[in-house]
Design a protein around this ligand. Sequence first.
Ligand code: CA
Length: 390
Amino acid sequence: MFERRFLPVVVILLMASLVLVVGLWAVDSSDQTRPLSVVNSSIDEPDYRWKLVTTWPKNLPGLGAAPENFARYVNEMSNGRLEVRVFGAGEIVPAFEVFDAVSQGAAEVGHGASYYWKGKIPAAVFFTAVPFGMTAQEMNGWLHYGGGLELWQELYAPFGVIPFAGGSTGVQMAGWFNRELRSAKDLSGLKMRIPGLAGEVFDAAGGTAVRIAGGEVYTSMQTGVIDAVEWVGPYNDRTLGLNEVAEFYYYPGWHEPGAMLEFTVNAAAFQELPPDLQAIVRYAARAANQNMLDEFTARNNESLQQLLAAGTQLRHLPEDVLNLLYEKSVEAMMNLRTSDAMAEKIAVSYDAFSKNVRAYHEISERAYLNARDKVLPPVMQEAFQTEPGR
Ligand code: CA
């Protein structure tokens, strides 16, 4: 039964509860007036609206996922304060005008590959791929811990553009050919879509390099404008349907051992952002960069198996072809270094880092893969059987 002696305690408890509830309501309503107005403004009306233009067709899997991811990460992390909208090649500017569009402020961000701009900036090739150069893992190390990114920023500064690593494909395939390459002589007269410094190497080796954006490579092969095309690797090549227009699929990707993509940001637009949004842009680029390598690593093998099942003929480049391409790569690099002061400066850094990291990778990556191959059964046996003489 309720005892009267407890009544004062109950009254005190009830009064205390009332004070607490009123207090909480006051705190709650004061919270609602200030933060809610900020939240409303950020959801309904972004503080900043950015356009992102790419060199890829809109929603292209693989390469085209990076700009979409970047936009999503920025929108999520900024709670909509910085809105990034992605436009594919040709929607605002054609593929090969992305850099100029960002430089001139027609778009705040671009996604593409630095070697597309080698006509304007010869040294830009270092930041996509150097033939027989560094792998994805090594490139990321050089850019983020070896001074590479600072050199890249210095290279683009005169254009009012800030670069960030924009994803890596890992080691690419050498490409699709509509005929077999039996020796280095077969490069003669071959027309191939192959950009960057590798294009010059291919020319010097007897072929003809042709500059074609991703959205047009399929048709160019189909209509015979080119005889061969390098694009990326099994996952992305299959999405473009390149196996429908060429029978022979060659490896290894001597020309793009760790092709790095880029985000380019208009420097003035970046400076206008408050520090937290600048940080969000940097970290969104970093996350999108890593995500691309993860996705290609996960999807390439399955896509290769599907290509082989559908009749693609897998081939290793003949040794004399690789030797000739290496010889011409050395010459092309020497020409670049002697003709361009920034190329020489970047090459010194690239070479020093590459040499050091290769030394360690001999006893780490390579030694481990060799050791693993000795104890595990070969997984590509079936695929290799499609190759004569192997
Ligand atoms: Ca490529």
